[in-house]
Each structure stands twice: as C-alpha cells, then as structure tokens.
Ligand binder design. Structure first.
Ligand SMILES: [Zn+2]
Length: 146
C-alpha cells in the first residue's frame, strides 16, 4: 500500500520484459499502471532526428509510430498545429506532443500484447492511464484512462 513498482525504460517503449514486469506488479496487487512519458525526452528527440547508435537504434525505432501520429494529428488540426509551432527537435512543445502520443501508444500496446493486463483493465480491477510529466513545471498531465 502506497508503494511504487517502477519499470523504467528509455522513451517508455513496450517490450517483453516490461510486459512481464507489469504482469508481476498487477499479480502482486498493483491497482494503477501509469505510462508516464516526459517532456524534453532525449529518446524522443533521438527518434525525431533518426539517431542510429548501438542498441538505441532499435529502441528509438519504436517511437516512430508516435511521431507519425503526432504529425497526422497536427495536420488535421491547424489551430493546434499553429499553437505547437515548428516541428523541430528544438521545439519543446512539439516534443511534448510526441511524448503524449507515445505514452498513448505504449498504453495501447500493453493492452494488445498482454491478456493479463487487458483482462484486469476490462474488469475494472486495475486502471491504466497514460500521462506526461513536464520537466519544466513538475506537472503531470493525465490522459483519459484506457
Ligand atoms: Zn526520456
């Protein structure tokens, strides 16, 4: 009670070890899974620039669908696109938008890839919520729970 089971990974991507760790957490009594991305994320910035270096290459490849989702979302919403500004690595607002979509997609993958997590979310036994931590303000913005 009141404890955290943290499973950190660069750019909060999903892999088999993370799935297994979260399944252990919920089987041990965890009631909430927060997929917590953050603003100014080096992993997301690396994915945006197409960084290819060591094992980071395959890790950052998993962020690319979120970049595409963000760009499509901005293409379909000129007002938001204008508010976000230039789609560049140096634009913290743009990177934070990708962090938002990346957290959403990682949460979706937890559901699609783990029958244990999916069953517990569907039954209401646990809550799964994507969120983004703003490193400038310390504020966490929670998305709609799955
Ligand atoms: Zn990061």
């Amino acid at each position: 009670m009141g404890d955290l089971f943290t499973a950190r990974v660069g750019a909060n991507v999903v892999n088999d070890d993370k799935l297994g760790s979260l399944e252990i957490a919920v089987e041990s009594g965890a009631k909430v899974i927060v997929v917590l991305g953050h603003s100014d994320c080096g992993g997301i910035k690396g994915a945006c620039t197409g960084l290819e270096l060591g094992h980071m290459t395959q890790l950052l490849e998993r962020v690319k669908p979120a970049i595409q989702t963000t760009n499509a979302r901005l293409d379909n919403d000129p007002i938001l696109s204008n508010a976000v500004g230039e789609r560049m690595v140096g634009n913290r607002r743009y990177i934070a938008e990708i962090s938002h979509d990346n957290a959403e997609q990682s949460a979706d993958q937890l559901l699609s890839r783990s029958s244990i997590l999916r069953r517990k979310v569907q039954s209401g036994e646990i809550l799964l919520v994507p969120a983004v931590f703003n490193v400038d303000t310390g504020r966490v913005t929670f998305n709609k729970p799955k």
